[in-house]
Write a protein that binds this ligand. Sequence first.
Ligand code: BV8
Length: 244
Amino acid sequence: MRVVVLTGAGISAESGVPTFRDADGLWEGHAVEDVATPEAFDRDPDTVQRFYDARRRALASVEPNPAHRALARLEGALGDDLLLVTQNVDDLHERAGSQRLVHMHGELLRALCASCGAQPMWDADLIDAPPCPACGVTALRPDVVWFGEMPYGLDRIEQAVIGCDVFAAIGTSGAVYPAAGYSALAAAFGAHTVELNLVPTDALTPFDEVRTGPASITVPAWADELIAAASASTGRAESDGMER
Ligand code: BV8
């Protein structure tokens, strides 16, 4: 059973990482076009650097929650049959143990050198324009995909979505493309699609299954069902093998 999971800010909400579009969301204090576009960075780099410096610093005080840990357990059971795609730029999936992971919108803990293209791991502030470790030029920005920029890993993601049997969208409002189009793509290729969210989103192509509630409750329950199904099918295959 090949599974693709797409996560959004909602999976990290219970860890204390603010979402974007909920009541107390990140965009509440900032207009998106003022902090998450290349034009904003060109116009006012300090505001954008401070916005991401604050979010990078905040990572030190948050922990993965049971939803992140459940997806790491699911990877342990499914191995290469699971691909975890996240729109999130926090490192909570990694800290929970997930390894088969694509950060399609980049990572807070990585910088990007606008001069040489290096993407060094980075946990300090960028507001003081430190030199790039690779080329020495003071041209480091957050390695985060802004609106109008090409997300990372699109080919790998699309291949996995087209080939999967189950597609789950967890804690995402479905407001941003191309991520928001993956559930329809999966459905078009015959996958069973599941949404796990506090509230159902009005996706263009309705999900086959919707589980509402906080991710820390719904994701472990859903993951444990898949783990049980995967071990049952492995058990059947082994017993068939023994009977032959
Ligand atoms: C691009 C920066 C060219 C990082 C972000 C059609 C095709 C392709 C592109 C477009 C298109 N139409 C429009 C576009 C352009 C644009 C776009 O989508 N605009 C929107 C506004 C219409 N897309 C782009 O520019 C993308 N690049 O298109 O490149 C291209 C062209 C063709 C094909 C391919 C490429 C770049 C998009 C990336 C933008 N960067 N942020 C950062 O600062 O973090 S977007 C931002 O929103 C975040 O990255 C975030 O990941 C993303 C989505 O938000 P969510 O994660 O869903 O969070 P949100 O707050 O919205 O929702 C939270 C959800 O959680 C809610 O549903 C809530 O109910 C739920 N929840 C809350 N608490 C809980 C919970 N669920 C469970 N449990 C809880 N406890």
